[in-house]
Structures are given as C-alpha cells and as structure tokens.
Design a protein around this ligand. Structure first.
Ligand SMILES: [Zn+2]
Length: 498
C-alpha cells in the first residue's frame, strides 16, 4: 500500500528515529530513514523534501480563548495601535464602512498615549459612525463609550454608572451595553474560522479552549462547513457543570474536531490585576489578592465532575490559590485517571508540587508569561519583588517531579514560537527547560492534558498526521529566526509560509 504523502530529508526533533514520515489516510503510516520511507511511494504519492528542516507534531496550545482570538481578528476593531484620537475615529469609520449598518465594537483605546489626552466621547463616535451603533472599550476594560444609536439600541441606559452626555458607561451598565452588541451566530462562526486559519499559520493544530457556552455551536458549525482546521477541546464555565451532569456528558464527547472535556473553575485572579491569591502582600500596592473558591467548594465540584468522567481545569496562580486547589484534590480523593489540571500554576512551592505529583495532576502553564513579564524591571518583579519573581513559573521544578506539563498561551498572544523562549531562554534558572522538554510540553503535553495522547501529540505510526515544519532548527539559530514553514492536519497542508 503506497503512502498519500511522504515528508523526507527532515529532522525529527523529538527523539523519533529517522528523518522521514509517510502518511496514509490522515494518519502516520511509517517513520524512518528517508531511503526506506521513500520506498512506500506510489504514482499518486505527494513527495515533500524538507531540506533538513525540523519536523514536529503539530503544536497544541493547551490554554487559549480561541473564539476571542478569532473575534479580535474579525469583529472587534483594535484601537490599541491608534496614536491619536482622530486616528482612532478613522479606524472606527473604516470599520463602519466595511459592514454598513452593523454594530461597530472597538477595544483597547488608551487616551494616555494620545496628544489630546482626553477620553473618547459620544459626540466623537457620532461623528465617526453616524449610521450604526458603535461602542469602544477603554484599554483597562472598565469604561465603555457609546454613540447615540448604541445607547438607543440598548434601551437608553440610566443610573449611577451612566454619563449619557458623554456616552460613558461603567460596571453593569457597560456590561449591559456590550451584551446588546454581542456578535451573532454567523459572526461567531466567521470568528471560529478566522481563529483556525490564524492557528494554522502559527503551527497550531489543536487547542484547549476556555470559552463560554456560546462557543460550542460556533465551532460545530465551522466544522460542518469545513472551516475548522484545529482540534478544539472545550472546558466550559463551571456554571455548566449541572447541565453536563444532567445530560451524562463525559470527557471526549463531541465530534472529530470539537469535544467537551470538562469545566473550568477560578480559584483566584491574576498577578497583573493584583488579584491572584498570595501569602505575602504584593510589593507594589499591598493586599494579598482574593480567593474565589474555598477548598470545600472546589472539592465538591471535583467529586461530582470526577465521578461523571469530566475533567476540572482549575485556575490557580498565587501560592494560596494553589494550596486550595491541591487541598481540594486531596479532599476529593482524585487520581491520575481523572487528569484534572491546574491552570497557570505560577507561584507553587516545592512542597505543593510534590503533592501535585502524588495526585497525578497536570500542570498547564504559559511560558509566554515568562517571556513577557518575568525578569529584572518587568511586571512580575514590580508586583511581587525580586525573590518571588525568581521562582515564578518554575517549569523545571514541575518537570523534575514528573508532573505532566502542558504549555499554552492564554491568548496573550497565541503562538508557540513566541512563548517557547520563556522556557528555553528564561531570566531565571527554575524556569529553564531543555529544548526537547519545552517542545514536548507544547505538543504531547496538551494532548495528554486532554486525554488525546494516543491520537495526537507525537510522531509515531497510527497517530493523526498533524504536523508542523519549522523554517530553521532552534538548536542552531535563535528563536527570533525560526518561523513556521508548513502546517499539516491529517496529512493535508493547511498552511505554507509565502
Ligand atoms: Zn485563560
């Protein structure tokens, strides 16, 4: 039986013997030396000479907000790059022209970077978008400015959080307005398709999505229409647990490309917002953050989900939150077969990691956070002080204990090649992993974390031929010179660098 596709003269970075792969019916058929594998060719076989480029399993982003990534590329107008107030208004006017009569929803404006140094107001938006409802969220997410039509569509909001004259809304009033401006189903499907195309360009063939319940039908419709080239593993908000239990949904339920894995629960907030729960106060503002769930509440959730075959992805960043998360798992008596996950796991102690290893919990971490915010003079050091910055995101402690490690981006931004230097060339020793371990966490790790490691996440016969080819070998050149060259899903080319 001949192969459908043969990739040869490559370089397999993750320990597979050989330099070539044969694909048949969407799966890896054989792995070995080019001369052996080329013998599997037939008249129809597509031959791809990799010219020494590295070949890896497709990247798996183990923690993203995938639909939001798509909406950022389709629906939302990004004002973060506007360098003045008129430029921001131009961008709004342009978006209104592109989709006449439809809501214009913009985000990321920051008047502190503009020469005008003043907030956007209703009159500005009325001028830029006179014939459609429009609103724009300030960069901090707390202030929304709306035009006259948007206020009218939203029932002319009033109250203490509304300044109608300026068109400013805060808190619940802002949320209510954004609710009116929510993208419709078609827009969500378009966003899912856009997210998928973007993922392919980043070498990503699978994601774990931490989205709301509205994502399910958007991804399914995109799959039905052949627009989804990313495997999407869903963790729904914990508020959906009763529904899932009522229906008897177990992890892995869904279609080839869209599967429900379980639920996501928050134990704390974030370091940036000083809301991650930490045992020592923040260095630049005091306070210890906030616990959003107690160990008893969480263990109750874990027991119910675990008993029904659903995973729980537990968002826990500060050491206090991690303590609650691990204690809850101990109380609930879960084991490795439950494959529950701790998301972010930024400030664990070594003792906590020892317990995590015993429980068989999965560590879902984001090396891009290290790349962006850890090190001298950066945000983590400012918030937490030098001593804690030096042990934040300790990938090495995790791997040394044999805790399964899955890398993701949390969408800040998506892109393994951006994030990986946060593990291979980090500012602090405990963050550093050998290249192979880091790549493993961004491929096999996500597959393991979603119970799909038998199917994807490696290059071996029988697994799906989801593959990525890099432009250069990261062992020999710095990361900023490595790009995604080709991405394959089930042996079909879904991206090629141009
Ligand atoms: Zn997240």
């Amino acid at each position: 039986m001949s192969a459908d596709v043969i990739l040869y003269h490559g370089c397999l970075l993750l320990g597979s013997p050989g330099d070539a792969v044969a694909v048949r019916c969407g799966r890896i058929h054989a792995v070995g030396k080019s001369e052996e594998i080329l013998r599997l060719r037939g008249p129809e076989t597509q031959l791809i000479d990799l010219e020494g480029r590295p070949l890896l399993p497709g990247f798996f982003d183990a923690h993203t907000h995938f639909l939001k990534t798509g909406l950022d590329r389709t629906f939302y107008v990004d004002l973060s790059q506007a360098s003045s107030l008129p430029e921001a208004l131009d961008m709004l006017a342009q978006a209104a022209r592109a989709r006449p009569g439809e809501w214009v929803v913009a985000r990321g404006w920051d008047e502190s970077t503009w020469p005008e140094r003043r907030y956007l107001e209703r009159r500005d938006l009325d001028r830029a978008v006179p014939k459609a409802p429009a609103c724009a969220v300030r960069v901090d997410g707390h202030l929304v400015v709306a035009n006259t039509l948007a206020l009218a569509r939203c029932g002319r909001p009033e109250g203490e959080h509304v300044d109608r004259a300026r068109g400013h809304l805060w808190e619940e009033a802002a949320e209510a307005l954004l609710d009116c401006a929510k993208p419709d189903q078609e827009m969500l499907v378009e966003a899912a398709a856009a997210a998928s195309r973007y993922a392919a360009s980043l070498g990503i063939t699978a994601v774990a999505d931490m989205g709301g319940p509205d994502v399910l039908s958007a991804f399914q419709l995109a799959e039905d229409r052949g627009l989804l080239t990313t495997r999407v593993f869903l963790y729904l908000p914990v508020e959906e647990l009763d529904h899932l239990l009522g229906l008897g949904v177990r992890r892995g339920f869904g279609t080839e490309f869209v599967r429900v894995q379980g639920v996501k629960a928050f134990v704390d907030g974030s370091i940036g917002a000083r809301s991650a729960a930490v045992s020592l106060p923040y260095a630049d503002g005091g306070g210890q953050g906030q616990l959003l769930l107690s160990r008893d509440e969480l263990s109750h959730i874990l027991r119910r989900a675990d008993g029904a075959g659903l995973q729980v992805a537990i968002h826990a960043i500060g050491d206090l939150a991690i303590e609650e998360a691990i204690s809850a798992c101990e109380l609930a008596g879960v084991g490795p077969e439950g494959r529950h996950r701790i998301e972010h796991l930024e400030l664990p102690t070594e003792e906590q990691l020892d317990r995590m290893a015993r429980l068989g919990l999965v560590a879902s971490m984001q090396p891009n956070f290290v790349a962006r915010w850890s090190g001298p003079g950066k945000m983590y050091e400012a918030r937490l002080g030098k001593a804690r910055d030096e042990v934040i995101d300790p990938h090495a402690w995790v791997v040394d204990r044999g805790i399964p490690l899955a890398f993701g981006s949390d969408g800040m931004p998506m892109g393994p090649l951006y994030g990986l230097p946060g593990a291979t060339d980090p500012p602090h020793a405990v963050q550093r992993l050998p290249l192979e371990e880091a790549l493993q966490a961004y491929t096999w790790g996500g597959a393991y974390a979603t119970c799909a490691e038998g199917e994807i996440g490696g290059i071996s016969p029988g697994r799906r031929a989801d593959l990525v080819v890099l432009s250069a070998d990261p062992r020999n050149v710095p990361w900023d010179r490595v790009r995604v060259y080709m991405t394959f899903l089930e042996g079909k080319l879904i991206y090629k660098e141009t």
